[in-house]
Design a protein around this ligand. Structure first.
Ligand code: AMP
Length: 592
């Protein structure tokens, strides 16, 4: 059931044909995938606990599937945490998987506010390689690239550390960049990253960004596309470029490396690739001066004219960065990357030419066993549930319906059984027999004071509406987050904005009121009318505040590659950073 890589130049065709086959038979493939996971891990403590000693070898796969979903309960990360903790502490008995786990991945933690461990095995690296090859094959149908050239990749490893039991813990992308599969991917997709491994794994994202940009410019005529895992890192890289381009030009001219690069391994690896190139430096300098005068519009195609597209995850919580990314990309196509998580890859974007707003992800039925828990929106006014959804029994992939929203539930080769991922997706259609998912949002409610219920997506829409008023100014919204403040009565929402450029206070007052009236949740509107929730507060924070938040996460083991700014926080350290950095406050005058 695995795609067979070969070296005869037909790899793209082969991997797409493989996917077409498994997608066509998705339901059957899923049943077989579950059987394999159970067979591999049947003697583990966790599965024995729920499945007992039944003789699986005598069972039909379909019967095993229904037995599994009847006997094994749905689990949240908190349910599995004690098991994962024992593994982290060095218990090497077969707890979740038969194969001993030697590496743990840290989820970025920026969505939940707390980093979580998930097992990382050779299967994790293999599926990463597989989805990257598959997605590269789909992209090259639309945007063919020249073979044996380069990719300008803004990728970053996190800090690695050892758990009490001696397991290596780092983000999933860090494990992947250190794996054999990462090297193989470069060969099999016939494209090579500009930066050596010492830059990627250097551990300091500021130094790494400088080197990625510098080497990207050295190899400018070989760069076929520009990419990062999440779009935030691309925006971060080019915003940084606006500040450091002169130093980079100087290094290109002299063949030197700026002293800000203090990591000796990074220095040595990069210096080996540099030679003085005054003519390239002066061409870049001339272009940068012109670009600076136009707020760096189209910087990517101007500096990398052979680039075919910009590629990154641009959906979900990355949507707010799209505007800036489009600004930097000019006419260059932007292509939305695939859907996955630290726990498992989920779906591939098979329509690379679609705009990020319309992207769906075709589920890859060999990667994990997927179930989908139907979610129904509450009736307006209902106050009973902990969040906005009523749940129904999970259904297998073959039984999902178009237009319905679901929470994704995973059973993985890495020892997660009926694990609730916490993502809300909508089935947008089918590709052959496999569903195409639209990513909606993280399930967790982020803003909730009493009967109000707002998700990350609700906040995103509200901020989008409020920030539209900035169009009449020369200012732009750089980033945002929020907090439900209940320290005083009545409680109220605070939205923090970092903006670039000058804006009249009157406009910001309007933005604040506009956001307050843009929350359409029935609970919020009712509470605002009765003043059981107070006027929304808009806090403008000084420039660089969100970078300080990034630094805090990176210091705690996150990586820039997987960073997602938390859209709501109650974390005291983050709130302190935000409140200390607040330079202006506005209160909504809606509902007065
Ligand atoms: P993490 O494992 O912590 O780095 O983040 C995984 C989470 O990022 C997923 O559960 C989703 O919420 C989000 N995510 C990953 N890929 C996408 C995508 N293509 N579109 C939208 N959100 C995504």
């Amino acid at each position: 059931m695995e795609p067979v890589p070969n070296d005869n130049g037909h790899q793209d065709y082969d991997i797409i044909r493989w996917f077409e086959e498994v997608a066509e038979n998705a339901s059957f493939v899923q049943t077989q995938t579950l059987r394999r996971i159970i067979e591999l891990n049947f003697n583990t403590e966790y599965l024995k606990r729920w499945l007992g000693n039944i003789k699986i070898q005598d069972m039909e796969s379909k019967d095993l599937e229904s037995l599994y979903t009847t006997l094994v309960p749905l689990a949240s990360h908190a349910d599995l945490e004690p098991y994962i903790q024992r593994i982290a502490d060095g218990d090497s008995s077969p707890i979740l998987t038969q194969e001993p786990i030697t590496k743990l991945s840290l989820s970025s933690g920026t969505t939940e506010g707390r980093q979580k461990y998930a097992p990382f095995t050779s299967h994790s690296a293999q599926t990463t390689l597989q989805i990257f090859r598959l997605s590269a094959a789909y992209r090259s149908r639309v945007y063919p690239i020249r073979p044996r050239r380069r990719i300008l990749e803004f990728i970053y490893s996190s800090k690695q550390f050892k758990t009490k039991g001696g397991l290596t813990a780092a983000t999933a992308t860090t494990h992947y960049y250190a794996s054999e599969e990462f090297k193989i991917k470069q060969k099999q997709t016939n494209s090579f990253t500009c930066s050596p491994k010492e830059v990627i794994s250097g551990g300091d994202y500021k130094q790494a960004t400088y080197c990625h940009l510098l080497l990207g410019l050295i190899y400018f005529d070989q760069v076929e596309f520009i990419t990062s895992t999440f779009a935030y890192s691309l925006v971060h890289a080019f915003t940084t470029f606006e500040e450091i381009w002169k130093d980079i030009c100087n290094d290109i001219k002299e063949g030197t490396l700026n002293p800000r690069i203090t990591s000796s391994s990074m220095r040595n690896a990069v210096l080996e690739l540099l030679l003085p190139n005054p003519s390239l430096a002066s061409t870049i300098e001339k272009k940068c001066k012109e670009l600076e005068a136009f707020q760096w519009f189209s910087v990517i195609p101007k500096l990398w004219p052979s680039g075919k597209y910009v590629y990154s995850i641009m959906t979900g919580t990355m949507l707010p960065y799209l505007k800036k990314l489009r600004h930097y990309s000019g006419d260059l196509p932007i292509v939305s990357a695939d859907y996955g998580s630290t726990e498992s890859w989920i779906g591939v974007n098979i329509d690379p030419s679609f705009p990020p707003e319309n992207i769906t992800f075709a589920v890859i039925p060999t990667f994990s066993y997927f179930e989908f828990m139907p979610l129904y929106r509450q009736n307006p006014g209902s106050t009973s549930a902990i969040d906005d959804f009523i749940e129904a029994e999970p259904v297998p992939l073959s039984q999902v319906t178009v237009g319905q929203e679901y929470e994704v539930v995973l059973t993985t080769f890495t020892g997660l059984y009926r694990y609730r991922l916490g993502d809300v997706v909508e089935v947008a259609g089918f590709y052959k027999g496999t569903p195409k998912l639209n990513f909606i949002c993280r399930r967790k409610l982020i803003l909730c004071i009493n009967i109000d219920k707002n998700t990350e997506k609700d906040l995103q829409l509200v901020v989008e509406r409020g920030s539209q008023l900035l169009r009449q100014t020369r200012a732009e919204l750089v980033d945002f987050t929020s907090h439900a403040d209940i320290s005083d009565q009545p409680g109220h929402y605070i939205i923090y904005w970092e903006i670039k450029g000058e804006v009249d206070e009157g406009v910001l007052e309007q933005c604040c009121t506009e956001m307050d009236t843009s929350f359409v949740d029935y609970g919020y509107v009712t509470s605002r009318r009765t003043n059981s929730i107070g006027p929304l507060e808009l806090c403008i924070v000084e420039r660089g505040t969100f970078r300080k938040m990034l630094d805090l996460f990176v210091g705690g083991g996150a990586s820039l590659s997987q960073f997602k700014a938390p859209r709501c926080t109650s974390n005291p350290t983050l709130l302190k950073i935000l409140n200390v950095s607040t330079i202006k406050r506005f209160h909504s005058t809606a509902y007065e």
